[in-house]
Design a protein around this ligand. Structure first.
Ligand SMILES: Cc1cc2nc3c(=O)[nH]c(=O)nc-3n(C[C@H](O)[C@H](O)[C@H](O)COP(=O)(O)OP(=O)(O)OC[C@H]3O[C@@H](n4cnc5c(N)ncnc54)[C@H](O)[C@@H]3O)c2cc1C
Length: 412
């Protein structure tokens, strides 16, 4: 069967469904091709950083995520082995005051968010096809997309293909766009839990104790996403049939008051671990095709930027599409340049933050204590710590130079 569209979006995740909703609202004929028939918990991004919330508001997509159960964390408490818990609470970061008009960090389930955004795209007029296979792209001035659905082969001619098909992007591979990757230094895993009723609903926490870094991202009604991160050398630490129990028991941190609550919580999803690294593409576009979100390269999730990156990509690409009739590869050059610098800065931030929070030695703890004492008063040294919330473009460029990195790493 064959058809026509203005834009074909491959991948109905965060990036693809956001972009599809915005363009469909503008009246473009948009088709979203999604491989899954329903979204499942793959232990993925669920905390949208403040600068990502600003993007969400600009795209007018906050409502679907709030309706999907998203809620704002307004306070970050860094319970950590280097600080007394009472002191950690006294210096909690007010997440609702980081950026004007941004109510905090938005915490939302990843499958729920994908479902809500896909439904928003359909409600805005996009055609959403779930359960597609064998997507094949022919790039060019009038690109062609072939795919299989319900054992029938389909062909769509369009003006632009948006590849939003995630980390393992088949479109990226078909176009021969090289993906550069850094070597993982850490492994992170997470699990959704219920019955965490005594945890303050609007408080997220991140900190280090012993040989683990932890994250607590709470949602409504006693549900929370918990993450643990350890050195790559400990690969396999949380494997086996009792991995959930091992995971929960490891959460009994002395630095978190009442941490026995984590052991008593009820698992509400899989417990999965992934190596953490950065990746990038030199040019996330080709004639008739543009890559967005993880498909174009991802940031190390240790600083939780993937959702914000996906939304910024969606916004910039929709701006190009809306701004005129030139959808040629040259029209996306500005997007490529902005993304390159954005990802470079975030890569530096992730590297520095990994050194600060995931060097599991006494010297690492001493450096963390020393960095905690300076990052809020020195805007350059504080850049790698601030960029993940205020946005990488909103901190001094000097924060990302080798000499700044050296100064931070020399702290003791
Ligand atoms: C452990 C971990 C924790 C993370 N935590 C955070 C966090 O707290 N905050 C944050 O901001 N980010 C976090 N991230 C990153 C975040 O999850 C991703 O960056 C974000 O989901 C990227 O969105 P996307 O739309 O590009 O890709 P995805 O959300 O992966 O969506 C891609 C979509 O494409 C579909 N697809 C794939 N192949 C095809 C195909 N061939 N045809 C059709 N459809 C296809 C998939 O089914 C999927 O629906 C985390 C990542 C990991 C691994």
């Amino acid at each position: 069967m064959s058809g026509l569209a203005d834009v074909v979006v491959v991948g109905g995740g965060i990036a693809g469904s956001s972009l599809a909703t915005v363009l469909a609202r503008d009246g473009y004929q948009v088709v979203v091709l999604e491989r899954q028939t329903s979204y499942r918990d793959k232990v993925r991004g669920e905390a949208l950083a403040c600068w990502g919330v600003a993007e969400l508001l600009q795209l007018d997509l906050e409502k679907p995520l709030l309706d999907a159960g998203g809620c704002y964390a307004t306070r970050a408490v860094a319970y950590d082995e280097v600080i007394d818990p009472t002191q950690a609470e006294a210096v909690a970061a007010p997440l609702d005051q980081i950026l004007r008009s941004v109510p905090g960090v938005l915490v939302v389930g990843h499958p729920e968010a994908c479902e809500a955004l896909t439904q928003a795209a359909a409600a805005a007029g996009a055609t959403v096809v779930r359960g597609v296979g064998d997507v094949d792209i022919q790039p060019g001035d009038a690109p062609m997309v072939r795919y299989e659905h319900d054992d029938v082969l389909h062909e769509l001619r369009c003006r632009l293909v948006v590849a939003a098909d995630g980390r393992m992007s088949t479109v990226r591979r078909q176009l021969g766009i090289e993906l550069h990757q850094t070597t993982p230094r850490t492994i992170a895993g997470g699990m959704l839990v219920d019955d965490l009723r005594s945890w303050p609903a609007r408080q997220l926490s991140i900190g280090t104790e012993g040989d683990l870094l932890y994250f607590v991202f709470p949602r409504a009604n006693g549900r929370a996403r918990l993450y643990l991160l350890h050195d790559i050398a400990q690969k396999g630490r949380f494997t086996g049939p009792d991995r959930q129990a091992k995971f929960q028991s490891a959460f009994g941190f002395r630095c978190i008051p009442g941490s026995e609550m984590f052991g008593a919580a009820r698992p509400a999803g899989p417990c999965a671990f992934y190596p953490m690294n950065d990746s990038w593409t030199d040019q996330p576009f080709a004639p008739g095709v543009v890559l967005i979100g993880d498909a174009a390269g991802w940031n190390d999730p240790i600083i939780g930027q993937g959702l914000a990156i996906a939304l910024r990509d969606a916004r910039i690409v929709t701006d190009v599409v809306r701004s005129g009739s030139d959808w040629s590869a040259a029209a996306f050059a500005g997007y490529g340049e902005e993304r390159r610098e954005r990802m470079r800065r975030l890569q530096v931030a992730a590297r520095v933050i990994t050194d600060i929070v995931a060097t599991f030695t006494p010297a690492g703890a001493a450096r963390r204590r020393a960095y905690n004492a300076v990052w809020q008063t020195d805007p350059v040294l504080g850049g790698p710590r601030l960029a993940p919330q205020v946005g990488p473009e909103n901190v001094p460029a000097d924060s990302f130079t080798q000499s700044t990195i050296d100064r931070i790493l020399a702290l003791a």
